[in-house]
Design a protein around this ligand. Structure first.
Ligand SMILES: Nc1ncnc2c1ncn2[C@@H]1O[C@H](COP(=O)(O)OP(=O)(O)OP(=O)(O)O)[C@@H](O)[C@H]1O
Ligand SMILES: [Mg+2]
Length: 459
């Protein structure tokens, strides 16, 4: 939108000229046509960020053009359109606003008023575009990715669980996508048009959690100048996501339990109870059963929340998804930052498929960002950070890049390679000692190292 392009459509040459000069003087890029037909052609070929359009035109009228644009191409259909009207056609201008014009100027035109209103319309347009872009970007990032059997099973569970009213407890290690799962459940439920409200239970101090969840009445405590709705009320008719529920204090647990039992809540300082229709999803990376045994989590609340359990699988259980995830993260990151996309060496992918990923998908996503910033034209082994390069495979064999199961031969070779390498490492690459432990001849071990491509610097 820089500089913003403005299209003037008016059959009076003088108006085109003076208006054009005023707008160009402010740094806008101006084009003009004398008829609605030419205006439409220009808009379709060149586009515009704003149109100033005379109501009365020979041939197709300004109002007709307005309606054509509003029903036309998605790129231009929402641009601001300001109508110009003479005193006699004022009622038509008002009518035009009803038909989708953004604003109108009355003749004689006033320079300052034109500039202010043009600037306002453009500002509004820019904000709308930004919101759309952010929405698209957020939506994209919220997609769960992965095609391995464990992920397919997860999608199946989400599909079954989403349309019901049942409470869901999502468990799994840190960075496994618990929040994405919660959002997917909401998106696929009948509550999709109502709010999804997330509460991070670990981040709210125990003494504030009650007013945060249930809101308060005016005057409930010092500083409560106005009534404030809580998260339960904000999520009414929608979904409330209680994240990190394992970190909630026992006092707060008792209060949440009461709402779940009765479907009613009372604001802090309030007399009446309020009905709320909220579907609760909860998530935690703690072992809640153990917390229950240790007296840190209420058993009754645990049972209320855990109606439909979902487990977010750790990344090491779906290593074959790594190439898909990495490529997607690299693409997303390049788009967001305007970087050119980079190729990734097969060797890098193979190595990543063998790492244990204690930080799960979040760790992989952070790595993708780091690789995009730090690497050259291609992502190569040299770009991988030490803990990953130095790691040993998580499984006896690294899955192939395409996610297929390896052949028996591939499995045997990589298992053999891993076992020999580990034994050599443990014995500081002492060949005789290793050969003895493995029960083979020294010469035989040398031969194997060669065929398996193993050496001290390349293992
Ligand atoms: N299956 C997936 N596909 C695509 N992105 C994913 C997937 N799983 C996780 N991510 C991404 O990894 C990051 C961590 O995911 P999320 O916040 O949902 O994890 P979490 O399980 O809630 O972690 P924590 O317990 O630390 O809060 C996010 O940026 C998310 O977009
Ligand atoms: Mg989370």
């Amino acid at each position: 939108m820089f500089p913003p392009k403005i299209l003037i459509v008016d059959d009076e040459k003088n108006i085109r000229k003076t208006l054009g000069l005023v707008l160009e003087g402010e740094g806008y890029e101006v084009a003009s046509t004398g008829s609605a037909e030419d205006g439409l052609t220009h808009l379709e070929s060149e586009g515009a960020d704003l149109m100033i359009l005379d109501v009365k035109l020979p041939g197709m009228s300004g109002i007709d053009l307005l309606q054509k644009v509003r029903q036309g191409s998605p790129h231009t259909k929402d641009i601001p359109i300001i109508m110009i009207s003479g005193h006699a056609s004022l009622s038509e201008a008002v009518d035009a606003v009803k038909k989708g014009a953004t604003d109108f100027f009355e003749k004689p035109l006033d320079r300052n008023s034109i500039l202010i209103r043009v600037a306002n319309c453009l500002k509004q347009r820019r904000l709308t575009l930004e919101v759309e872009e952010l929405r698209a970007a957020v939506g994209e990032r919220q997609e769960l990715l992965g095609q391995t059997p464990v992920m397919k099973k997860l999608y199946e569970e989400i599909r079954k669980i989403a349309p019901t009213k049942g409470r869901v407890l999502i468990t799994g290690e840190s960075g496994t996508g618990k929040e994405l799962i919660a959002r997917a459940i909401h998106r696929m439920s009948q509550r999709v048009a109502s709010p999804f409200v997330k509460v991070n239970c670990a981040a709210i101090p125990a003494e504030l959690i009650e007013s945060e969840l249930f809101g308060y009445e005016r005057g409930a405590f010092t500083g409560a100048h106005t009534r404030k709705p809580g998260q339960f009320e904000l999520a009414d008719s929608g979904t409330l996501f209680l994240d990190e529920i394992g970190d909630m204090s026992l006092t707060a647990q008792a209060k949440v339990l009461r709402v779940l039992q009765s479907g009613e809540m009372t604001r802090v300082g309030g007399q009446r109870s309020v009905n709320v229709d909220v579907r609760v999803l909860a998530a935690t990376n703690r072992d809640l059963e153990e917390a229950v045994r240790g007296g840190l989590f209420r058993e009754d609340l645990y049972f209320r929340l855990n109606v439909l359990p979902i487990k977010a699988p750790p990344l090491r259980d779906r290593l074959a998804d790594i190439p898909i995830l990495l490529k997607e993260f690299v693409t997303q990151f390049s788009k967001e930052n305007g970087y050119r996309e980079k190729g990734i060496d097969d060797e890098v992918l193979a190595h990543l498929c063998g790492y244990t990923w204690p930080g799960n998908v979040r760790e992989l996503k952070n790595l993708a960002e780091r690789l995009m910033i730090m690497s050259g034209d291609r992502i190569t082994m040299n770009d991988l950070p030490e803990p990953i390069v130095g790691s040993k495979p998580a499984t006896p064999f690294a899955p192939r890049f395409d996610g297929q199961r390896p052949t028996l031969r591939e499995f045997r070779d990589s298992a053999e390679r891993a076992y020999i390498r580990d034994t050599l490492e443990e014995n500081d690459w002492n060949i005789s000692k290793t050969a003895t432990i493995l029960g083979i001849e020294r010469t035989n071990l040398h031969k194997k190292l060669k065929t398996l491509g193993l050496s001290r610097n390349n293992s």
